[in-house]
Write a protein that binds this ligand. Structure first.
Ligand code: F0G
Length: 373
């Protein structure tokens, strides 16, 4: 069947006003990609999948919520939307506002937003304002502004964002035939884990699809939900989740507890190692998006989970292209050669290259193993 976007597909399961406009870029319907090699590295004996949300139209999961939040704003006659953002919300809001013909203002922490996100917000035509403060400061400002003026707030405090984002849980259940045993995902402002838990519960009530344990993962330098108090100056390489006062923190803790999971923290090093492991399996995600699976790896290493026979889904929230600088900075400068065949052949040492061992997994995984509707 021709795919026409999340609103068409799941509107019967969304608690949204009838006037919600259909503003779509055909978001959602993202693939659940098997990660057999990473599963082996983590001890094997279980199924591991990445829900690759970086394949949404603007490169992150935010598009799921934005199609609904902007559709609602447009449907009730708003002219302008506003959000605070560490980058992905900004790019997504900008794209959907452009699609709807609405103005868009995004407030970001100065110098703390990855280049692919900032470029996106600008390309889609948003008015970008940097503040000399954190994401948390930016959020407080836009909440106040939207309360005093007729400008629609599209951060995940807006309940319609969650109505859209919960569809990722529906898709996972539809793809696997039931809920996974464990869901691992990064936690920043905590809207996403809240939305997933809503989605899994709703589907379970409706279809008996079961419930996963939710493992929410913060970065050590920005882990208010693990520490039990706000973090005034959050710091992490995973700029998307550099958040010290999560707006939906209570709900995230509740989701973790009710599901029999937990909220934990991992180091920046663990996040970057997992980013590389995922890329080594062909899935390039931005650092924050590797946090969920970095948390899983830490749990495995500490012997705190037994995954035998289980199905585990790691939510990879944003594409690696969002934050190319992190990789470019770390890579060795590529060799420069004259444009001469002999020079290339001499440099590559072709005989040795072809005799390099080829990892079996690199060859055996056919494309049809990628579960996509
Ligand atoms: N992963 C990525 C790539 C994100 O951009 C975010 C949040 C999260 C995870 C965490 O999701 O906030 O629902 O817990 N980014 C927001 C933004 C804050 O402004 O783009 P959350």
């Amino acid at each position: 069947m021709h795919y026409t976007g999340l609103l068409d597909r799941y509107h019967m399961l969304m608690d949204i006003p009838a006037y919600t406009a259909r503003i779509t870029l055909l978001e959602g319907n993202t693939p659940l990609i098997p990660l057999p090699r990473l599963a082996e590295q983590l001890g094997g004996g279980f199924e591991l999948y990445a829900k690759f949300e970086g394949l949404n139209p603007t490169g992150s999961f935010k598009d799921r919520g934005m199609t609904i939040a902007i559709g609602e704003a447009a449907g009730r006659g708003a002219h302008t939307v506003i959000c605070a953002s560490t980058g992905n919300t900004a790019a997504s809001a900008a794209a959907y506002a452009a699609r709807a013909g609405l103005g868009c203002i995004v407030i970001i922490p100065e110098g703390k937003v990855a280049s692919g996100k900032l470029a996106g917000a600008a390309a889609y035509g948003a008015r970008v304002i940097q503040i000399t403060g954190s994401f948390d400061d930016a959020l407080a400002l836009v909440v106040e502004l939207s309360q005093k003026h007729p400008i629609a707030l599209v951060n995940s405090l807006n309940p319609f964002r969650l109505e859209g984002q919960k569809t990722a849980a529906f898709e996972i259940c539809d793809n696997l035939g039931c809920a996974p045993d464990l869901l691992c995902l990064p936690v920043g402002n905590a809207g996403n884990i809240t939305a997933y838990w809503m989605g899994f519960q709703q589907y379970n009530d409706l279809k008996g699809s079961g419930l996963p344990r939710c493992l929410g993962v913060q970065a050590e330098g920005a882990a208010p939900l693990v520490l039990g108090h706000p973090v005034e100056k959050p710091e992490t390489v995973a700029s998307a989740i550099r958040i010290g006062r999560p707006a939906r923190g209570e709900q995230a803790l509740q989701a973790a507890e009710e599901s029999g999971g937990k909220i934990m923290a991992v180091s920046d090093e663990e996040i970057l190692v997992m980013q590389r492991s995922l890329a080594a399996e062909g899935v390039w995600v931005e650092p924050a998006s590797a946090a969920g699976l970095a948390g899983l790896a830490a749990e495995v290493r500490a012997g705190r989970v037994n995954l035998r026979g289980q199905r585990v889904v790691g939510v990879c929230t944003g594409h690696g292209l969002k934050d190319p600088d992190i990789v470019v900075r770390a890579m060795t400068h590529p060799t420069i050669l004259p444009a001469k065949y002999e020079a290339l052949e001499a440099l590559i040492d072709c005989r040795n290259e072809t005799s390099l061992p080829i990892l079996p997994n690199a060859l055996y995984q056919p494309n049809d193993e990628i579960i996509k509707r």
